[in-house]
Design a protein. Sequence first.
Length: 137
Amino acid sequence: SLADWQTAPREAGPRVQAIVLLPPRALLAEAISTRLAAMLERGVLEEVAALLALPLDPALPAMKAVALRELAAHLRGEASLDQALAAAAAATRRYAKRQETWFRHQLDAKSGNLITTNIINQQFSAKIMADILPKIT
């Protein structure tokens, strides 16, 4: 299990090598803004309104989704749409930073179990794999 793997001595068990693709922060921020705009066009506000209309416990994981709180504030009239989108983008960037921190702490770069690769403006493709595969031992 994951818990067993995390608590096992690093010398025990199979060697695991992880590859973490980290886009430059500016590119990540741009992608987040683009994604939020696309979500808005596809009806995210209606989806949030429908979710809020359900008799759900606010402590449920679904009610803690990234950007839900910010978009709900807009629907309640507590924030303009621009303010809500800016806050949602900031919350998403913070979440991405927490993911990056998790990778850094869970996967020990000193032991060779982590390769971090900065990918600049590329989609996942055979070219990326060609860049990554030679780094895997």
